[in-house]
Design a protein around this ligand. Sequence first.
Ligand SMILES: Nc1nc2c(ncn2[C@@H]2O[C@H](COP(=O)(O)OP(=O)(O)OP(=O)(O)O)[C@@H](O)[C@H]2O)c(=O)[nH]1
Ligand SMILES: [Mg+2]
Length: 206
Amino acid sequence: MTETTTKIFSGPISFLKSAPKLEFLPEPTVPEIAFAGRSNVGKSSLINALVNRNNLARASNTPGRTQELNFFDVGDPAVFRIVDMPGYGYAKAPIKTVQQWRYLINDYLRGRVVLKRVFVLIDSRHGIKEVDHDIMSMLDSAAISYRIVLTKTDKIKASDLAAVETDTMAKLRKHVAAYPDLSVTSAEKRGGIEDLRAAVLEAVAS
Ligand SMILES: Nc1nc2c(ncn2[C@@H]2O[C@H](COP(=O)(O)OP(=O)(O)OP(=O)(O)O)[C@@H](O)[C@H]2O)c(=O)[nH]1
Ligand SMILES: [Mg+2]
């Protein structure tokens, strides 16, 4: 990890705002990178690991915890923003239907000029599911660059992980907007976090 990487992630990082609707999005003044993925895949936990804070993004055992687009400023003044997105693929959300979520996410992803890359998180125990494939296809057709990140690797055996990595690489090669590499992470054990930081900074600079 370079000195600049260390500096930016150990410097000021703060919650900016939640946007339940598109009209509440912050002004698009700095680059953004977004974390997307099925409910409970570990988006909020991975953001916390990335910025080395315990509870900046609110993680929870209950799927559907994050229900809005949450924006975090990295740097003061902000150099870039991290966006924690509501999870997809979960039908029992108390305040929003899956369809409403889909519209929110779809509109944000398509319309956001400062959005540099989406990090699409995949639970390493499950691999790419149909709903992930749908999201990836949506990103392909919107020409939004994204990178696949395997999560919760502390929960599976090394041999199983190797098989999931191979399978995931084969699948992502068929998607035009997918970055041709994988991030392999554990928020719990802090695995792959420094590589992920480098991937985030590379995306911000792209
Ligand atoms: N063992 C293990 N558990 C994890 C890891 N990352 C997240 N979890 C757990 O998985 C659950 C869901 O994590 P969240 O970070 O809230 O998931 P999310 O994707 O933000 O979920 P939504 O906001 O509901 O879409 C929590 O109980 C976390 O503690 C990991 O790397 N390893
Ligand atoms: Mg969350």
